[in-house]
Write a protein that binds this ligand. Structure first.
Ligand SMILES: Nc1ncnc2c1ncn2[C@@H]1O[C@H](COP(=O)(O)OP(=O)(O)OP(=O)(O)O)[C@@H](O)[C@H]1O
Length: 562
C-alpha cells in the first residue's frame, strides 16, 4: 500500500475526529435551551400569561431543531470516518501480513488472523465514532456549564466541581483493568478461532484416526475459558457504570438540595450578593444533569475504548516481528524505470549465500552460482537439503543472512523484489487450491490473465476438458474435487498464464505422480520453459537429466556450484 494511505490512529486521535465538533456544539446548545425554559417559567410565575412565554418557547423549539440537526450530522460524519479508518487499518494489516515470509513459522495462524481482521477489528469503529466525540464533549461541556452555573452561584458550581473529578479518577483506575481484560478476552477469542479453523480443516483426518473426542474436549475447554474472560470484561463494564451513576446522581441531588433550600431561604449563601430567583434556580437545576452527561456518556463508551485499543494492537501485531519477504516495504512500481528487470529470460547470480531458519543451523552456507538467461538448472539432494529454501530465496520470499541474490542483473533487495517477482513464475510443492471455479484458480485475478489466456493455459496443462465439464463453483476448499495429478496440472496452468515470466521456479513437479502423468507434466514444463530460465527442485534423476545443469544441495556439496 502507498505510504500516503497509512493511517496513524493514535496520531489521528490527538486532534478531534471529524464529527466530534458538531456533536460537542449540539451538547452546548443545551445552555441556551435551559435558559429559554427558565425564562418561560419565570415569566409564567410572574403572571405574564402564555403570551410572555411565547418568545422563549419559540427559541427553545428553534434551538432544539438546530441541536438535532447538528447531532445527526456529527454522528454521521464520525461513523463514516471511523469506517474509512477501519478499512485502511485492515488493508494495512493485511498488507503487513502478506509481507511476512511464507517460511516464517511465527506467522499468525489463519484462524487468528481472520478473527482479528474480520471480527475483532470491528471494535475500532465504536472507539473512533463514539469514544472520541465523547472525549471532546467532556472537555468542552462541563467547563462551560460550570462557568454558567458559577456566574449565578459559586456554591452550586463548587458542588459540581467537587463531584466531577471523582468520576474520571475512578474511571482511570477501572480503565487499566478493563483494557487488560479486553486484551485477554480478544486473545482467547483469536486462539479459539485459530484452533477451530485448523481442526475443521483436518476434520477428515481426525475422524479417520478416531480423535474427534479429545478435540471436542479441547474446544469445550477453550469455549469455557472465553466465556470466563467475557464475563470478566462485562463485570468491569458494569462496575464502572455503576460507580459513575452513583457519583452523578449524588452530584445532581446535592445541587437540587442546595437550590431548593436556597429558594426557601434556608441556605442564604453561595451567590454573588443577590439571592437566586426562581428562573435562575431552575436554570441551575436544568444544567446540573447536563454537567454530568458527558461523564455518563464516557462511562458508556469506556468499554469501547478498551476494546478498540486492544483491537488496534491486535491488528498491528499481525505484521509485527518474524521474517519479512525481500522488499516487503516497497511497491511493485517503486523500483522505477531504470530498476526494471530486462525483458526475456532472466539470469541468476548468487554470491556467498547463507540462510538459516530461525534458531537452526544454516541450510545454505556460502553458495555461489551463475546461471545464464535461458539456462535450465535442476536442484538435487536429499530431503531437507535446502532445495525449497533456495527456491524461496531466489523468489525473494525470504531474506538471506549473508550474501546476495541477483536476478536479471538486479539485487533481490531494496526496492527491486516486487518488480522482480512480477517476472518470476512460481510453482510450489503444495500448490494451494481455492474453493471455486477452475478458471478463477488459474487467473487468480491477476492483471494480464484474461479469460482467453486462462482458457489457453488450461488447455495447455491438459485441463481444458475438466474446466468445460465442471460447473462454475466446482472446486472445494483446499482442492477437494481434484486429483493429485490434476492439482499439479492446475499449478502448471498458473505458470502458463504468466506470459511475462522470465524465470520459472518449480518445486518437485512430478512428485507422487504416476509415470504417465509425470511424463506429460515434464514435457509441458519443458515446453513452457523454452526461452526462459528454469530452476527446478526434484528427486527424479530422469527429470534432472533433461536440464542443462545440476546442482547438488546437501552438507558437502553446497559450495560446489555446477
Ligand atoms: N519454515 C521453516 N522454518 C524452519 N525450518 C524450516 C522451514 N522450512 C524448512 N525448514 C527446514 O529447513 C531444511 C530444508 O528444508 P527444505 O524444504 O528447503 O528442504 P528440501 O530440500 O526442499 O526437502 P524436500 O526434498 O523434502 O522437499 C529442513 O531441515 C527443514 O526442516
Amino acid at each position: 500500500m502507498a505510504e500516503a494511505a497509512k493511517v496513524d490512529v493514535a496520531g489521528g486521535l490527538a486532534g478531534a475526529p471529524q464529527g466530534a465538533l458538531p456533536q460537542a456544539g449540539a451538547a452546548l446548545l443545551w445552555l441556551p435551551q435551559a435558559a429559554c425554559i427558565a425564562w418561560a417559567v419565570q415569566a409564567l410565575a410572574a403572571g405574564g400569561g402564555l403570551r410572555s412565554a411565547l418568545p422563549p418557547a419559540l427559541g427553545l423549539g428553534v434551538l432544539g431543531l438546530l441541536r438535532a440537526a447538528l447531532e445527526a450530522w456529527g454522528v454521521r460524519r464520525a461513523s463514516v470516518q471511523a469506517r474509512r479508518t477501519l478499512g485502511l487499518l485492515r488493508a494495512q494489516a493485511a498488507q503487513a501480513l502478506a509481507a511476512r515470509s511464507p517460511l516464517d513459522r511465527a506467522r499468525p495462524a489463519s484462524g487468528l488472523a481472520a478473527s482479528v481482521l474480520a471480527e475483532q477489528a470491528e471494535a475500532i469503529v465504536p472507539w473512533l465514532a463514539r469514544f472520541q466525540p465523547v472525549r471532546l464533549r467532556l472537555m468542552l461541556v462541563p467547563p462551560a456549564i460550570a462557568l454558567a452555573v458559577g456566574s449565578l452561584s459559586w456554591a452550586a458550581a463548587a458542588i459540581l466541581l467537587v463531584a466531577a473529578p471523582l468520576i474520571p479518577l475512578f474511571m482511570a483506575l477501572v480503565g487499566r483493568r478493563a483494557q487488560a481484560a479486553s486484551e485477554a478476552q480478544l486473545a482467547r477469542q483469536g486462539d479459539m478461532n485459530a484452533f477451530l479453523l485448523d481442526r475443521l480443516r483436518g476434520l477428515a483426518t481426525l475422524r479417520a484416526l478416531d480423535a474427534i473426542d479429545p478435540t471436542a474436549a479441547r474446544l469445550r475447554a477453550a469455549a469455557q475459558e472465553l466465556q470466563r474472560r467475557t464475563m470478566a470484561v462485562l463485570r468491569i463494564a458494569f462496575l464502572s457504570s455503576a460507580v459513575l451513576e452513583l457519583f452523578a446522581a449524588l452530584g445532581v441531588a446535592m445541587v437540587a438540595v442546595y437550590v431548593g433550600f436556597h429558594l426557601l431561604g434556608h441556605l442564604p449563601f453561595g451567590t454573588w450578593g443577590r439571592p437566586l430567583g426562581l428562573g435562575q434556580g431552575l436554570f441551575i437545576l436544568l444544567l446540573a444533569p447536563a454537567f454530568f452527561e458527558p461523564l455518563r456518556d464516557l462511562s458508556a463508551v469506556w468499554h469501547d475504548r478498551a476494546e478498540g485499543e486492544a483491537a488496534r494492537r491486535a491488528l498491528a501485531g499481525l505484521g509485527e516481528g518474524g521474517q519479512p519477504m525481500a522488499g516487503a516495504a516497497h511497491d511493485a512500481d517503486a523500483a522505477g524505470a531504470d530498476g526494471m528487470p530486462p525483458a526475456g529470460a532472466l539470469g541468476i547470480q548468487l554470491r556467498g549465500l547463507r540462510f538459516a531458519h530461525e534458531g537452526e543451523a544454516p541450510v545454505i552456507d556460502g553458495l555461489d552460482l551463475d546461471l545464464r538467461p535461458g539456462e535450465h538448472l535442476a536442484l538435487l539432494g536429499a530431503s531437507g537439503g535446502g532445495k525449497s529454501t533456495l527456491l524461496a530465496l531466489l523468489a525473494g520470499l525470504a531474506v538471506p543472512q549473508a550474501g546476495q541474490v541477483r536476478v536479471g542483473g538486479l539485487p533481490m533487495d531494496g526496492a527491486h523484489p516486487p518488480a522482480l517477482r512480477q517476472r518470476i513464475g512460481w510453482m510450489g510443492q503444495r500448490p494451494h487450491v481455492f474453493g471455486g471455479a477452475l478458471a478463477a484458480n488459474v487467473g487468480l485475478g491477476r492483471s494480464g490473465a484474461d479469460a482467453a489466456q486462462v482458457e489457453r493455459a488450461l488447455a495447455f496443462a491438459g485441463l481444458g476438458r475438466l474446466a468445460a465439464d465442471r460447473p462454475a463453483a466446482s472446486l472445494g476448499e483446499g482442492g477437494a474435487g481434484l486429483s493429485g495429478g490434476e492439482a499439479v496440472r492446475l499449478a502448471l496452468a498458473r505458470l502458463a498464464v504468466h506470459a511475462d515470466a522470465g524465470l520459472l521456479l518449480v518445486d518437485e513437479p512430478t512428485a507422487h505422480l504416476d509415470a504417465e502423468t509425470a511424463r506429460a507434466v515434464t514435457e509441458a514444463l519443458l515446453d513452457l520453459a523454452r526461452g526462459r530460465t528454469l530452476v527446478l527442485a526434484t528427486h527424479d534423476p530422469r527429470l534432472a537429466a533433461r536440464m542443462d545443469r545440476v546442482l547438488h544441495l546437501g552438507d558437502a556439496a553446497l559450495k560446489a556450484a555446477a
